[in-house]
Ligand binder design. Structure first.
Ligand code: AKB
Length: 319
């Protein structure tokens, strides 16, 4: 029997593309997209959609019962930059939404959960290069604290109650469909949009800030692969390190410049620089590669080619 899926936060950057992929795999009517509003139209128009506030336990529970949901992808969260502006809101949304789905699984209403963690679980005391799966995690952002605590709770619910919850520490995700919102790695998406729209970009991180990044297609593949992996193959029930590539603003600028020679950049670091400085510059994901054969496909130049091609098309159609 096919899985019946609820995606919470389906209109966000990852949710939009995850919804499309899961509908392709499981059938449109087996994937209920939900969000607090309808800011991205693809998930709303292309299949079943419900307005759900991720903080509202009864709204999630009712939807699960009405649609016989067995699997939830909880994609709603306040990210690192927004979390610093609204710490209590970030704590409230990021933690309570997780407890809602963990408790639905504990009660037997649903069977399986995907919940995204992040490289934000790491902090300034973490080894910065080739950061291991098991290492010091002393995050300095509210978002990072919620992800680190969330990981502990996921592992606890797995060990204590047998809840099948799976998670990935996403790096910065680069995509051309829905915009990211409120993250520190958002510059690596904005830069492509501004290159096409204006031919110049004011970067909020300094030129040599190296961060782990990934193209959306790879992130979606990882999410699907992890959820399809046999449970006995999974040695991590907190969250898997996941890596594809690392680059600096200068390197992404140079990659764009090979295809747009007139493109210019200025560096004006703001409060997000301190967040980026507290995160690793590269990640060791050997456990994910061993447990569920994770492999990435896109390097920086392949990613730049795809982003520029898609965004040129998008802005041509909009003008
Ligand atoms: C952010 O920048 O906050 C996110 C993340 C790395 O989790 N993109």
């Amino acid at each position: 029997m096919s899985s019946k899926i609820l995606i919470i936060g389906a209109c966000g950057q990852i949710g939009t593309e995850l919804t499309a992929k899961l509908r392709e795999i499981h059938g449109t009517n087996n994937v209920i997209a939900s969000d607090i509003n309808t800011r991205a139209l693809d998930p709303v128009n292309a299949g079943p959609f419900e307005i759900i506030d991720a903080k509202n336990f009864n709204a999630i529970k009712d939807c699960c019962i009405n649609h016989n949901i067995d699997t939830i992808y909880l994609m709603a969260a306040l990210l690192s930059a927004t979390g610093e502006k609204y710490p209590m809101e970030a704590w409230d949304l990021n933690m309570n939404s997780l407890f809602h789905v963990l408790n639905l699984a504990k009660a037997g209403t649903i069977k399986k959960i995907f919940w995204p963690s992040s490289i934000a679980v790491f902090g300034p005391t973490t080894p910065r290069e080739n950061t291991p799966q098991h290492t010091i995690c002393e995050p300095t952002t509210v978002y990072g604290i919620t992800k680190q605590v969330g990981e502990r709770w996921c592992e606890y619910y797995f060990n204590k109650y047998g809840v099948d919850v799976r998670s990935i520490r996403y790096p910065g995700i680069i995509s051309h469909k829905a915009m990211p919102g409120g993250g520190t790695t958002d510059y690596a998406v904005e830069i492509y949009h501004e290159a096409i729209k204006k031919g110049e970009y004011n970067c909020f991180l300094s030129e040599n800030t190296s961060l782990p990044m990934m193209f959306m297609d790879d992130a979606i593949k990882a999410t699907v692969d992890l959820m399809q992996a046999p449970p006995e193959h999974l040695s991590i029930r907190s969250a898997y390190n996941l890596s594809a590539l690392s680059f600096t603003p200068k390197q992404i600028f140079e990659s764009i410049k090979t295809q747009m020679p007139d493109f210019t950049i200025k560096y004006k670091p703001d409060f997000r620089q301190a967040i980026a400085d507290s995160w690793p510059s590269s990640i060791n994901d050997s456990v994910a590669r061993k447990d569920w054969n994770w492999q990435h496909s896109y390097d920086l130049d392949a990613l730049t080619t795809e982003m520029l091609k898609q965004l040129k098309e998008k802005y041509k159609n909009e003008s």
